[in-house]
Write a protein that binds this ligand. Structure first.
Ligand code: PGA
Length: 256
């Protein structure tokens, strides 16, 4: 079965609602005929505005984080139900900045992933090793632990709703991209892990994205890798023209 590419822009703590509106005024028209699925992940205050402006388009909306509880005394936190209500279909869980800046450990990431599933959101589970782990050739060990705590024991139905993003921490926002071979190798490993832990069927159908300094000039070579099904793009998704070019790099990469 062909896996449709997913091209996601993670805006992190960038763009006000007005800036989101300005971005969309340029972006939407340029990607109308794109064959890839497109996902925008703005900051919480921009979600509602984006949702209204995206009505009638096929562009999906996602959030950068979700709390593990459905409601209650959690000042500053946002629940899955709230995200659904402002039009989100996807949510990132375990992004490396959440793990390393905000201290989300594997257990919290798991709780967030389950909360996302409970509220009907599609989680994008982010995994990836730091530079010291890569140098110590411990990439597979780190990634498989993140996968295990993130997904072990999920029902097949739930596991089917998870997208995985492989984002080597050393490549995020650094301008240093994993080579297409490095990305392919780890993503192949993730697929094998899915096969061993769930089924060959799940390994075949799960979309696995690459993230970490994806730019217009390296996107096509990354997307040409057989196991890579799209990109999670930070910095280069902030400029509409640049993100349009990255989305265009996915054209024709879905023939598998
Ligand atoms: P980057 O960020 O493209 O700016 O490296 C990717 C990410 O954090 O998802």
């Amino acid at each position: 079965m062909a896996r449709r590419p997913l091209m996601a822009g993670n805006w992190k703590m960038n763009k006000t609602p007005s800036e989101t509106e300005a971005f969309l005024a340029t972006f939407v028209g340029h990607v109308r005929d794109a064959s890839a699925e497109i996902l925008l992940i703005p900051a919480f205050p921009s979600l509602d505005r984006a949702h209204r402006l995206l009505a009638g388009t096929r562009i999906q909306l996602g959030a950068q984080d979700v709390h593990s509880e459905p409601n209650g005394a959690y000042t500053g936190a946002v629940s899955g139900e709230m995200l659904r209500d402002v039009g989100c279909t996807y949510v990132l869980v375990g992004h490396s900045e959440r793990r390393h800046v905000f201290g989300d450990d594997d257990e919290r990431v798991r709780a967030k992933l389950e909360a996302a599933l409970r509220s009907g959101l599609l989680p994008i589970l982010c995994v990836g090793e730091r530079l010291d782990a890569r140098r110590a050739e411990a990439t597979e060990e780190v990634v498989s632990k993140q996968l295990r705590t993130g997904m072990d024991g999920l029902s097949v139905d739930d596991a089917n709703r998870v997208t995985i993003a492989y984002e080597p921490v050393w490549a995020i926002g650094t301008g240093e991209t994993a080579t297409p071979d490095q990305a392919q190798e780890t993503i192949r490993f993730i697929r094998q892990w899915l096969e061993g832990s769930f089924s060959a069927d799940l390994a075949e159908t799960t979309r696995i994205l690459y993230g970490g300094s994806v730019k217009p000039d390296n996107a096509a070579a990354l997307l040409a890798q057989p196991d890579l099904d799209g990109a999670l793009v930070g910095g280069a998704s902030l400029d509409p023209e640049s993100f349009v070019r990255i989305v265009a790099a996915a054209e024709g990469s879905d023939a598998r």
